[in-house]
Design a protein around this ligand. Structure first.
Ligand SMILES: Cc1ncc(COP(=O)(O)O)c(C=O)c1O
Length: 387
């Protein structure tokens, strides 16, 4: 630290140099991220609420009300307006909270000490972190031919130690939606906690269903679903960090509540103590500003661009891993390896990501990606192939 502070101008000039090294979504070159440019209104509101602390909600009653309204509004989107939950930092924290609730509940009911969770092989790595932090064992269920959770495999892994089963609505790598209605029935029969990770899918599947896409139910409309992760900072257009955890019943929050002697609330269920209210306010603002129709339009645009990309890739001789279910396209080249292709694309300025199962180039068609970007990308792919 400098002994004497720098001037504003010096600070801004220096920061500019750092900022210039960052990539920008608007360039269209970020092709493998599940985040995107936040909406300008959400950014403004985020800045307005920077000082509010939801870790001490008695001091920030208005922001707490905004958080409650966000949870209720997302609950309505996901089929239950009586849900409870929190606006938190993202999918990782939401999944951790869900597994913590399930584990604590099982401990309370059956005196299980550690327990096991069953997740699909396609689950996000945040479940590995959750298992590690919470001391539960992670068991992976295999996938079927369409890269969705295999129900027989889940059934085989269920034991007296199972504290939760996880289904994914919009897998990270391929954007697949697991057969959640069947998982829900299975978990109801076995009396097991079912958590749905809709971190990515939560802000697009409801709109695609409205448009007539054939995607099964995945939310609280299914009686077996106990909790859902949904991330406004992915397809919801809010600034990072914004995730939400929603529970069907208050008891899931209560089972992990801790006394907070010196704060304005007496019990706290979140993992984080001091936490920003800016995310809750920004989410409230953008959901009200966009409305259902605004998100419908974004979903429609992303899927049109996704189909456009898939068509162009096929025509250029690339192999799609499968037909895209959401706005994620994964493909391989018949001529060069995935690693080499990713490297050559990087040399041309494109940052794609590489899926691990199966190994393929993965493009997430977020709202910042336009047809013009896709056309430039396809041209570069063709050039790489012909060189
Ligand atoms: C399905 C899914 N769950 C959880 C996460 C973790 O979310 P975050 O990075 O916001 O913690 C991701 C991130 O991409 C995801 O795709």
């Amino acid at each position: 630290m400098h002994r004497k502070g720098l001037s504003q101008q010096e600070i801004f000039d220096q920061l500019q140099q750092y900022h210039e090294k960052d990539m920008e979504y608007v360039s269209g070159n970020i092709l493998g991220s599940m985040c995107t440019c936040a909406h300008p209104i959400a950014k403004k509101v985020y800045c307005d609420f920077l000082d509010s602390n939801l870790g001490d909600p008695g001091l920030f009653k208005g922001t707490k009300q905004l958080e409650d309204e966000v949870i209720k509004n997302i609950g309505v989107l996901l089929g239950d307006d009586a849900v409870c939950g929190h606006v938190i930092t993202g999918g990782t924290e939401a999944n951790l909270m869900a597994i913590r609730a399930a584990r604590n509940l099982a401990r309370q009911n059956n005196s299980i000490d550690s327990g096991e969770i069953i997740v699909p092989k396609s689950a996000h790595f945040s479940f590995k972190k959750s298992a590690d932090i919470l001391g539960v064992q992670l068991k992976e269920a295999s996938l079927d031919d369409e890269y969705k959770i295999d129900l027989n495999s889940v059934q085989e892994q269920i034991s007296t130690k199972t504290v939760a089963v996880v289904g994914v609505a919009g897998t990270t790598e391929l954007g697949k939606v697991d057969p959640i209605p069947e998982l829900s029935n299975l978990c109801l029969d076995e009396n097991i906690y079912l958590h749905i990770d809709a971190a990515f899918g939560g802000f697009i599947i409801p709109f695609l269903k409205e448009m007539g896409y054939d995607i099964p139910e995945f939310d609280f409309r299914l009686k077996g679903v106990s909790s859902i992760t949904i991330d406004p900072h992915k397809m919801g257009l809010t600034p990072i960090p914004t995730g939400c955890i929603l529970f069907r019943e208050k008891k899931f929050l209560e089972v992990m509540s801790i006394e907070t002697p010196y704060l304005t609330e007496k019990l706290q269920s979140t993992i984080v103590g001091t936490r920003s209210g800016a995310s809750a306010a920004a989410t409230w603002a953008i959901m009200n500003y966009m409305g259902f129709e605004g998100y419908l339009e974004i979903a429609s645009r992303c899927m049109n661009t996704t189909d456009f990309l898939a068509r162009k890739l096929r025509r250029a001789g690339f192999r799609l891993v499968s037909s895209p279910e959401l706005n994620i396209v994964t493909f391989t080249s018949p001529k060069i390896s995935v690693t080499e292709l990713a490297q050559k694309l990087k040399q041309k300025g494109w940052v794609v990501s590489v899926s691990s199962y199966p190994v393929a180039i993965r493009i997430v068609v977020m709202p910042h990606i336009s047809r013009a970007h896709i056309l430039r990308f396809i041209e570069d792919l063709k050039n790489i192939h012909s060189s």
